[in-house]
Each structure stands twice: as structure tokens, then as C-alpha cells.
Design a protein around this ligand. Structure first.
Ligand code: PLP
Length: 417
């Protein structure tokens, strides 16, 4: 369910025509629907209404301040993985008490900033990190609230790059050593154990792996209680998938039905870290057709967006539906949609059966609200695109298109070298 819909032959986001918007703000740009963002948050929140829970949006999926602020207003928190994301979350008005901080490589200055902000907890990924956090907390004269990220060794059955809970993964501590690590944590004077965390991967399209992982974690929580270690927060991570093409991922309700029975008697507050499922289908990358190259072997649609703007097709071979913003109802052909970047890996769609566009036609790459703008770069010295939030018949530029001067900001040619 989302708010990108055709009215006649024209694609709208809520009540705004994307063709009109392209004229006003230029292309390419990311368009997000405020209504879809809110509806996705509410659907998740309501699914777990019967158990105490906090929804910490995974900032890395879409870190625009306006998006973070929208979720904060709905009562959401943030799942962060860097000092930069902490900075953003605080700027956006996220309650620090609803911020969880994960990541295998937290630096001392980042730890210090998070302690000063008063985050809900650090999701610790190693013994050395735990010692570093203890140390920094000691120097500030505080106790750091922590959860241990436990690696349950469950196959999430997703793309290997976004699979994070197998034994060979760099994330978390192995589940069979978790009790030992928890005991070590309780010996540290500036650490307060408050929770347990797992996150097994992204774009999961079945509830099975969530259940398998959670069963292991619940057993561990009981063992920990037997050892006198109390677990207040049970952070089940993120990872719920979305429909890009034909996937049929579980609805948050299905996830709730599968996991609430496992946890409802534990008395823990559940923490969720959804990213993609909240924002993915709330966004599209809107781009303009520059040229058609029709060849004997292959045809190409050259557009003004590229792999630097939306990396997922090149990076993971991901599929994003490509829609004409104004349908021509004309002939179809098979083509690759490619950007201007000097790499053969620069494509947004491969061998796509699509309506043949003309130069100047606007196309929308759907389901681009997650890991779209946040993964973009300036490769080939391309200014990063604008981000636009749409709400009913209004639109807001929530991130300006970068200028050429932005490209060289901070660069210096040294004197006399
Ligand atoms: C990336 C990530 C998430 C969000 O994953 P989604 O698949 O976008 O829901 C949640 N928690 C952690 C620790 C992550 O690294």
C-alpha cells in the first residue's frame, strides 16, 4: 500500500502530479509521501499494540531530518549506527531515551556523544567495545546502559550482503558464548546491562527466520535471568522486507502474530528497528529521459539519474519498478535504463520490458525510499539530488539539490607544493 497512484495517465504522489513537480524542482529527485510514511509507522505500531514496545526507525534507511521528525512525532525513536546518525536524530527531535546505538566500530568520541545525549542503550558487538564503553562512561562518571548484540546463527534467506546473523558474520557475539559475555559485562563498574539485541538481516520475506532467531533469544533471556541478569529491553532488530517486484513479505500483523506468543510472558519491553518496511515504498526516484539508444543487440534508455543516486541495482542487482510518469500507451520495447556514469555497472533497470519513452519523458523508479538517497554519492562529480516530501497537495523541499560549489566544499589546492 502506498500513495503513488495514476490518475488517468499521470502518476501522482498523493495529490501532487510528479510531472508538474519535475518541472518545478528539476530532475532527478526523490519524492516521499508523508501519508505512506505515517501509515507504515502506524501499521507497525498497531500490530504490536498489545505488548509494551518502542519503534526505533533505522536511520540508515532514510536519514533525512524531515523523515526522522515525522516518525518522532508519531512516537518513534531511532536506531543509529554512527555519531553522524546520532547528530541527525537529535537535530530531528528524536527523544534520546528512544535511541538505540548499534554498529561494530563505535569510536570513543561517538560513545561519549551518545552517553552525553542519554541514549536508551548501546547495542554492543564485542568484548573490546564493551570495555571501551565502560572506560568512556567511567571518565564521564556515568553508567552506560547496554544490550549485547547476540548472533543467533540463523539464515535469514536474503541477499548475502544484507545477511547479518550467521556465524561467519562480523556482527554480534556468538549465542553460545553470550552468558559468559553478559557475566563479564556485569563485572564492569560503569556498565549497566539493560537488554539484549539481535538483527539477522534485511529484506526478509518470511517470518520463519524471525521466529527461529527469537526462540533462541528467548531461551537465552531465561538463562540470563537464572544467572541473576535482568533483561528489560528485548530488541528484535529490523529486517522486514517489502515488495519490490513479486515478493510477498509478511505484514507487520503477521510478524506480530508469530512473535508475540513467544515474548508476551517475559515482561520485557520490545524494541523494533524497522527501516526498509517503513520507508521503502514511500519513496520514488524521479528522473528524466535524456536519450534513447536503440541498437540491434540491445537498447538503452539514458536517464539523468545514475548509480550514484540509487546504488541498489548496481550493488545488489536489485529490481525497482520503472513507471512512466505520463503514460503514452504506445509501443513497448526491451531496454536497459542507464545513467550517465562511466561504468558499465551504471544501470537502474536491466532487460526491462517497458513502454518506449521519448527524450524528455519523466520516469519514476519505485520503492526507492529506503537505502536510496542515504547510499548516494558524488561519484563522477554529480551533485546529490533533491529530496521532496509530499503531503496531500503540498510539497516541501526537505533537502536541496547540491550545487557545484557543494562538490568542492572543503577542498584546497596547497600553496608551494
Ligand atoms: C540495517 C539495520 C536495521 C534495519 O534493517 P531494515 O532491513 O531496513 O529493517 C535494523 N537494525 C540494525 C542493527 C541494522 O543494522
Amino acid at each position: 500500500m502506498n500513495d503513488f497512484i495514476y490518475r488517468g495517465n499521470e502518476l501522482y504522489c498523493e495529490e501532487v502530479s510528479l510531472a508538474d513537480l519535475a518541472k518545478k524542482v528539476g530532475t532527478p529527485f526523490y519524492a516521499y509521501s508523508a501519508a505512506t510514511l505515517r501509515n507504515h509507522f502506524k501499521a507497525f505500531d498497531q500490530a504490536f499494540a498489545e505488548v509494551p514496545h518502542v519503534i526505533c526507525f533505522a536511520v540508515k534507511a532514510n536519514s533525512n531530518l524531515a523523515v526522522l521528525n515525522l516518525f518522532a512525532k508519531e512516537g518513534g525513536g531511532a536506531d543509529i549506527v554512527s555519531g553522524g546518525e546520532l547528530f541527525r536524530a537529535l537535530k530531528a527531535g528524536v527523544d534520546p531515551k528512544k535511541i538505540v546505538y548499534a554498529g561494530v566500530g563505535k569510536k570513543r568520541e561517538e560513545i561519549e556523544a551518545a552517553l552525553k545525549a542519554g541514549v536508551m542503550m548501546f547495542n554492543i558487538e564485542s568484548v573490546q567495545e564493551m570495555e571501551a564503553i565502560n572506560d568512556v562512561a567511567g571518565s564521564l562518571g556515568v553508567k552506560a546502559p547496554v544490550a549485547l548484540r547476540v548472533n543467533p546463527d540463523v539464515d535469514p534467506k536474503t541477499h548475502p550482503y544484507v545477511s547479518t546473523g550467521l556465524k561467519k558474520s562480523k556482527f554480534g557475539v556468538p549465542i553460545d558464548r553470550a552468558v559468559e559475555f553478559y557475566k563479564a559485562a556485569t563485572d564492569l563498574p560503569h556498565i549497566e546491562v539493560v537488554g539484549i539485541h539481535k538483527h539477522i538481516g534485511s529484506q526478509l520475506t518470511e517470518v520463519g527466520p524471525f521466529v527461529d532467531a527469537l526462540e533462541k533469544i528467548v531461551a537465552l533471556v531465561k538463562d540470563l535471568r537464572d544467572s541473576g541478569i535482568n533483561i528489560k529491553y528485548l530488541d528484535v532488530g529490523g529486517g522486514l522486507g517489502i515488495t519490490y517486484k513479486e515478493e510477498e513479505p509478511p505484514h507487520p500483523r503477521d510478524l506480530a502474530a508469530a512473535i508475540i506468543p513467544l515474548v508476551k510472558d517475559l515482561g520485557c519491553t520490545l524494541v523494533f528497528e524497522p527501516g526498509r518496511v517503513l520507508v521503502g515504498n514511500a519513496g520514488a526516484l524521479v528522473t528524466k529521459t535524456l536519450y534513447l539508444k536503440k541498437g540491434e543487440e540491445k537498447s538503452f534508455v539514458v536517464v539523468d539519474a545514475a548509480m550514484n543516486d540509487l546504488a541498489r541495482p548496481s550493488l545488489y542487482g536489485s529490481y525497482h519498478e520503472c513507471r512512466p510518469v505520463q503514460k503514452r500507451n504506445g509501443g513497448r520495447f526491451m531496454a536497459d535504463v542507464v545513467g550517465p556514469i562511466c561504468e558499465s555497472g551504471d544501470f537502474l533497470a536491466k532487460d526491462r520490458d517497458m513502454e518506449e519513452p521519448a527524450p524528455g519523458d519523466i520516469l519514476a523508479f519505485m520503492s526507492a525510499g529506503a537505502y536510496g538517497f542515504t547510499m548516494s554519492s558524488n561519484y563522477n562529480s554529480r551533485p546529490r539530488v533533491a529530496e521532496i516530501l509530499i503531503s496531500k497537495d503540498r510539497y516541501f523541499v526537505i533537502k536541496e539539490r547540491e550545487t557545484l560549489d557543494d562538490l568542492i566544499r572543503g577542498e584546497h589546492i596547497p600553496d608551494n607544493y
